[in-house]
Write a protein of this length. Structure first.
Length: 385
């Protein structure tokens, strides 16, 4: 079956000839994983009142660079992040050579990384002439800081990257074409939706679509269905049939379920998603596994509560650091074996941290048994021994 690479490497129509769609957002969500800091200028220095409006007219772009001229950064390993760097590198090279994507201007690259506050954020805007702009937010990189921030989303009302996303959207909007698309993959999709939900009415009114690709939702109670109403019909949420990441936390928007050529967590990679013409290949419903992940995680988080979840996150991260892993690639590459090592590492921690992890896993097992069954979980009983 054809996938996103087939579209990326064969599509000849420009955005003047064919409108922006879900496949285009998926491509740009992956290009948001590239560090363009050496070739793309940051957002202009904020100014107020008449000066800001005048600047937005006279200086609509600060040192814009075409994607085709920026594709050379693919040659540097330190410029591409994420769990599938080779796929993103291929995306960048193909996009730079593409009649559809190569002429996009890159503007206003910003990156913020701070271990002490668990902050990992980056954004870049892709502009097609005076027609539209796509504000792309980066998903989680491979750093422990980025993944710890993901855990923080489960119990904090907001995390730093979400506030940075809203600020970035408001800051760059005056310098962009009126029609806006906002999007991202994984955490990037969460940031895109958060920015669109919390930005000013004036900016929100210019948003044509919010594109969320297999992104986690929000802490329960943070937003109501009424908060989503102003964006009704403009949120396009996609998840693969066995989605795991996209099932975490709360989001009232029904997803479009996409067929994937991969298995399990590897379906999180958008380059495994099947396409048909100018769109993805959609399925009628999520798999049983994906629905179980959604229901189990929701019930477990409700049972744990905010204060205890923070203690669990702290304890888990102490165990991660004690495990010897250098970054999240080590964690995920090890699969179940690495998870066993993590559990073993937790047993060598101080008694309080070890007990917190053990109790949390026990609670998770009890919830999972009601959805999956005891027999299906017997193979991982060693975790609670």
């Amino acid at each position: 079956m054809p996938t996103l690479f087939d579209y990326l490497e064969t599509e000849q129509a420009t955005f003047d000839e064919k409108p922006f769609g879900p496949l285009d957002s998926a491509v740009l969500s992956q290009l948001s994983m590239v560090d363009f800091g050496d070739v793309v200028a940051p957002p202009p220095t904020p100014s107020g009142g008449v000066l800001r409006r005048l600047t937005s007219v006279l200086l609509p772009a600060a040192s814009p660079v075409r994607l085709g001229d920026a594709a050379h950064v693919a040659d540097r390993d330190d410029k591409v992040t994420g769990l599938v760097p080779e796929d993103i590198r291929r995306c960048l090279v193909a996009g730079g050579a593409s009649p559809r994507f190569g002429g996009l201007e890159l503007r206003y690259y910003r990156s913020v990384f701070d271990e002490s506050s668990h902050t990992q954020f980056a954004a870049c805007t892709f502009v097609w002439r005076d027609a539209f702009a796509y504000v792309g937010f980066r998903g989680t990189d491979v750093s422990f800081t980025g993944w710890r921030e993901n855990l923080d989303m489960a119990y904090r009302p907001q995390v730093a990257a979400q506030n940075l996303a809203r600020a970035y959207l408001e800051e760059v909007a005056p310098y962009l074409p009126r029609r806006l698309h906002v999007g991202g993959h994984s955490k990037g999709g969460n940031l895109a939706l958060y920015a669109a939900l919390t930005c000013s009415d004036a900016t929100r009114g210019r948003i044509e679509h919010v594109w969320s690709h297999d992104a986690p939702g929000f802490k329960r109670g943070l937003f109501s269905e009424e908060d989503f109403a102003p964006l009704d019909g403009r949120i396009h949420r996609t998840v693969p049939q066995d989605s795991i990441v996209g099932m975490l936390l709360d989001c009232p928007v029904e997803p479009h379920v996409v067929s994937s050529t991969a298995v399990g967590i590897d379906q999180h990679n958008v380059f495994s998603w099947e396409i048909a013409g100018d769109d993805f290949t959609y399925r009628d419903s999520l798999s049983d596994v994906s629905r179980a992940v959604r229901d189990i995680s929701a019930e477990w988080l409700a049972h744990v509560g905010e204060a205890r979840m923070e203690r669990i996150a702290d304890a888990v991260w102490v165990a991660v650091e004690a495990s010897g892993a250098k970054d999240m690639r080590d964690v995920l590459a090890g699969g179940a074996q690495w998870f066993r090592q993590l559990v073993e590492a937790s047993r060598r921690l101080d008694q309080e941290s070890s007990d917190i992890i053990r109790e949390a896993l026990g609670d998770l097992l009890n919830v999972a048994m009601r959805y999956v069954g005891r027999d299906a979980l017997s193979s991982i009983a060693w975790m609670w021994e």
